[in-house]
Write a protein that binds this ligand. Structure first.
Ligand code: CAA
Length: 393
């Protein structure tokens, strides 16, 4: 279902030479720069500032910023290839590197030319971060219930509220913050604003201590009388909800690719271990109970990867891919959880010990079933697309 070459609408499973090269570059980077640090950064919950800087230098960040703004303007498909490889190295570090894609997407989707020129090229010049401020303490899955407000005052808005579970917010130069400009209108009263994180009144409240993906910063922050220029509003007042939904349609294939990367890593470890570990006089790979697990892992990873490829390919055809993005995100996240759990099982007692790599992968996998829309929310989106299909986007 993937295109052979960028911009070609043909259907093929073969990558172009450029795509193979890009994937090899990302794989090498993951093997050399990410994997060796994964366990230590996980243990200490270290923000991977050094790896981010190297990824930036190599051009493995901000992949979708268009050439007209100085970027490389890669299609969604190519970005997804990179995402799988970086997350195969470590999804904590991979998410830290990839999260600029989520922060920048609303600007790409809804920004004016001036806004794009102001906010996106600086991301290319140095390894600065941006983030996506949607979730709140009382509104995660149910975006329309958010309580943050933005009140217009002359040429500015005054923002108040709190955001939580925001990837990279603790280190971000700016965040796209969603807040209600008209609380009486539900989802139609939400607007989006680019908020520099050094604006007075923005306060990082907590670096959240997570189970997995521990080297990614996930922070909560408060907004107290934060003055933001009206020039920083993305789209019109009331368009914030749809901007958020379109952003997630665009980013979920990349996140799903990350889940495939984690599953792939667990699979590779399980295969190697199954060949080495001997019980009842044969390598455990010879036992049907183990090799059926390995066969299922391989099959489900391949199926997840194909859904990811299809959803990214659809985006690159300029088509709305809400349904396929949720197929990919739901299936890849659940596959990562199942495959990493089974990998721990293949390792037996050793799988449960931190000295071996698979327990980390199992902890890391869990987050894919939660962030960028839980697996249950993906099912809800899929069911809505089946029963209440939307024509417009
Ligand atoms: N594209 C464009 N428009 C869309 C859309 C889409 N994909 N999905 C919905 N809409 C439109 C609908 O057409 C409808 O439009 P009208 O106002 O014209 O009627 C409007 O948006 C409302 O749609 P729904 O009635 O479907 O909205 P809902 O309130 O029932 O919620 C939801 C839908 C899918 C559950 C949504 O709330 C959702 O996606 N929730 C999950 C949020 C999420 O993924 N959060 C993760 C945050 S990011 C993260 O985790 C990473 C990080 O860094 C923290």
């Amino acid at each position: 279902m993937a295109q052979v070459e960028t911009g070609v609408a043909g259907v093929s499973f073969e990558l172009s030479p450029e795509q193979r090269e890009l994937r090899a570059l990302a794989r090498e980077f993951a093997d050399k720069e990410i994997r060796p640090k994964a366990a230590e950064y996980d243990e200490h919950s270290t923000h991977p500032v050094d790896v981010i800087a190297k990824a930036h230098e190599l051009g493995l960040m901000n992949l979708h910023v268009p050439e007209s703004l100085g970027g490389i303007g890669l299609p969604s498909f190519d970005g997804m290839l990179v995402g799988e490889e970086l997350n195969r190295g470590c999804s904590g570090i991979g998410t830290s590197i990839g999260a600029n894609g989520l922060g920048a997407a609303p600007v790409l989707i809804a920004g004016t030319e001036e806004q794009k020129e102001q906010w996106l090229p600086p991301l290319l010049e140095e390894p600065i971060l941006c983030s996506f401020g949607l979730s709140e303490p009382d509104a995660g899955s149910d975006v329309a219930r958010m309580k943050s407000t933005a009140v217009r005052q002359g040429d500015s808005y005054i923002l108040n509220g709190s955001k939580t579970f925001i990837t990279n917010a603790g280190y971000a130069a700016w965040t796209v913050v969603f807040a209600k400009t008209d609380p009486s209108k539900g989802h139609r009263g939400i607007s989006a604003f680019i908020v520099p994180m050094n604006t007075p009144g923005v306060q990082i409240e907590k670096h959240l201590d997570k189970m997995g993906q521990r080297s990614t910063d996930t922070s909560a922050f408060g907004l107290t009388d934060v003055v933001v220029s009206a020039e920083n509003r993305l789209g019109e007042e009331g368009e914030g909800f749809k901007i958020a939904m379109k952003t997630l349609d665009f980013t979920r294939p990349g996140t799903a690719a990350g889940a495939v990367g984690v599953a792939q890593a667990a699979f590779e470890h399980a295969v190697e271990y199954a060949k080495e570990r001997v019980t009842f006089d044969v390598p455990i790979a010879m036992h049907q109970g183990v090799n059926f697990m390995i066969a299922d892992m391989a099959t489900e990873i391949e199926a997840a990867r194909l859904l990811v490829w299809q959803s990214a390919w659809l985006h690159d055809q300029g088509k709305r891919a809400t349904l396929q993005s949720s197929f990919a995100k739901r299936f890849a996240a659940d596959t990562a959880m199942k495959v990493t759990t089974d990998a721990v099982q293949v390792f037996g007692g050793y799988g449960y010990i931190k000295e071996y790599p698979v327990e980390k992968l199992m902890r890391d996998a869990k987050l894919f079933q939660i962030y960028e829309g839980t697996s249950q929310i993906q099912r809800l989106v899929i069911a809505k697309e089946i029963f209440l299909p939307r024509d417009e986007d």
